[in-house]
Design a binder for this molecule. Structure first.
Ligand SMILES: [Zn+2]
Ligand SMILES: [Zn+2]
Length: 174
């Protein structure tokens, strides 16, 4: 959990910059697996004339550890995400996005604001739907299920050889 206290910003105005590293990202109680930490930076600025409103802008960068769609092995995906939100402090209100005249505003009810949901969401939105561990991934063997990147010589691959062997036999060359 990465929380920052916004009491002073809400009271006195100005802006607040913070940064750090996250080792775990969770979105809708689902963990987004990471390879190494994700680094993030967030700046919050109180909007002039709006005592309880803050403009948030931030970025997060890291490597997601996804599953290759062909071989089901690990596939690392570099992700860099930027986000901007309008926030409004409303005492005791749980964190929630509401629609105000067609504009999305995040209500928050405690001056200690947890940044993790914003960082996790931005990161998750940048994730591709499917990935390959490498462009020429050989996938899994249809017969035995072996990872063909690791064992290129398993059953399926030996078939052409068998055919060739048969042909050579027929020609009396085997
Ligand atoms: Zn693969
Ligand atoms: Zn096989």
């Amino acid at each position: 959990m990465e929380s920052i206290n916004l009491s002073r910003l809400l009271r006195e105005g100005g802006s607040n910059e913070s940064q750090g590293e996250l080792h775990e990202l969770v979105l809708l109680s689902e963990r987004i697996p990471l390879e190494g930490p994700a680094s993030w930076k967030v700046s919050l600025t109180r909007i002039d004339g709006e005592e309880d409103e803050l403009w948030m802008s931030g970025e997060i960068a890291g490597k997601a550890a996804m599953e290759c769609r062909r071989c089901l092995g690990p596939a690392l995906v570099p992700v860099r995400a930027h986000f901007q939100h309008l926030l409004r402090y409303q005492a005791d209100h749980p964190l929630e996005a509401v629609d105000v005249d067609g504009e999305e505003i995040f209500l928050f009810g405690h001056p200690d604001l947890d940044l993790t949901p914003f960082l996790s969401e931005a990161f998750a939105l940048e994730l591709p739907y499917t990935v390959l561990c490498r462009e020429d991934c050989q996938g899994l063997c249809e017969e035995c299920g072996a990872n063909l990147n690791l064992t290129p010589d398993c059953c399926t691959r030996s078939k052409p050889q068998t055919k060739l062997g048969g042909l050579l036999d027929e020609l009396g060359l085997g």
